[in-house]
Design a binder for this molecule. Structure first.
Ligand code: BV8
Length: 241
């Protein structure tokens, strides 16, 4: 049935792993102002506040009990067993997709487990929290590492590869995203425009004027294993999952 699949995930796919989303009840943006912790200006104003925001999330990600859930594992199975083209794009900065076994993966908003040198752009796997003494080793003198995260107003990563994949795909699935952040929120338009079947998996029913052709409403961890089974058996995705 399908030959080229593109999947986009958002914070909702990690919710069942215990990671807070942004805009749900008790979400991250209820506790912090975006402009203070997720913009270059906020970082320039108060590095310590932004470092604490990411250090807290990094510590939570490393803590016991935060594991890939059945939705992450289903996507890793799809990548492994699907005999066509596959690309997983995530807006998430956690590493649960990799830990589930996904490899054909683009972290378009960066990665929580890495720091970046502000001068060279080189990235470093974090072994200690961000702070004034956590310096890069690529410059002399060493520069204070920043989170390897795409803030609002900064260019997302991998957009050329993403654009090409969206134009070529025949199936586009968005999982656990509120579709409020661009350019990711516009990916469905590109997929629709190029004739793909567009499917959305979300806890909440779709917005009235949603662009997706099919909506599967429920928890990603419950829907994805069945959906992946349908795709791998060559079926066209239908409403019943
Ligand atoms: C860009 C990293 C230029 C940080 C994030 C003014 C100036 C500059 C730009 C703009 C501007 N005004 C608007 C813009 C564009 C801006 C934007 O879109 N703003 C919005 C607020 C309007 N975008 C940007 O700035 C981007 N850069 O535009 O550069 C450019 C120009 C041309 C072409 C390209 C680029 C950069 C945006 C990246 C910001 N960084 N993250 C961090 O993580 O700390 S965004 C942040 O929001 C996360 O990445 C997150 O993934 C993303 C989207 O949120 P969601 O993932 O959707 O999460 P959310 O909580 O919202 O929703 C969860 C969903 O899951 C819900 O629908 C819920 O129902 C569902 N759910 C919950 N549980 C489950 C579930 N579903 C299934 N199962 C469950 N169990």
């Amino acid at each position: 049935m399908y030959k080229r699949i593109v999947v986009l995930t958002g914070a909702g796919i990690s919710a069942e792993s215990g990671i807070r989303t942004f805009r749900d009840q008790d979400g991250l943006w209820e506790r912090h102002h975006i402009e203070d912790v997720a913009t270059p200006e906020g970082y320039a104003r108060n590095k310590e506040l932004v470092e604490a925001f990411y250090n807290d999330r990094w510590q939570q990600l490393l803590s016991a009990g935060v594991e890939p859930n059945p939705a992450h594992l289903a996507l890793a199975r799809l990548e492994k067993e699907f005999d066509g083209e596959f690309l997983l794009i995530t807006q998430n900065i956690d590493n649960l997709h990799e830990r589930a076994g996904s490899f054909k993966l683009i972290h378009m908003h960066g990665e929580l487990v890495k720091g970046r040198c502000p001068q060279s752009g080189q990235t470093f796997l974090l072994t200690e929290p961000f702070g004034p003494d956590h310096l890069c080793t690529c410059c002399i003198p060493g520069q204070r590492l920043r989170p390897h995260v795409v803030w609002f107003g900064e260019m997302p990563l991998g957009l050329d590869r993403i654009q090409f994949a969206l134009e070529e795909c025949d199936l586009f699935i968005a999982i656990g995203t509120s579709g409020t952040v661009y350019p990711a929120a516009g990916f469905v338009d590109t997929a629709n425009h190029h004739g793909a079947h567009t499917v959305e998996v979300n806890l909440a029913p779709p917005a009235r004027d949603s662009e997706f052709q099919l909506h599967l409403t429920g928890k990603a961890g419950e829907i994805m294993p069945t959906l992946v089974g349908q795709i791998l058996s060559g079926e066209k995705i239908s409403g019943s999952c």
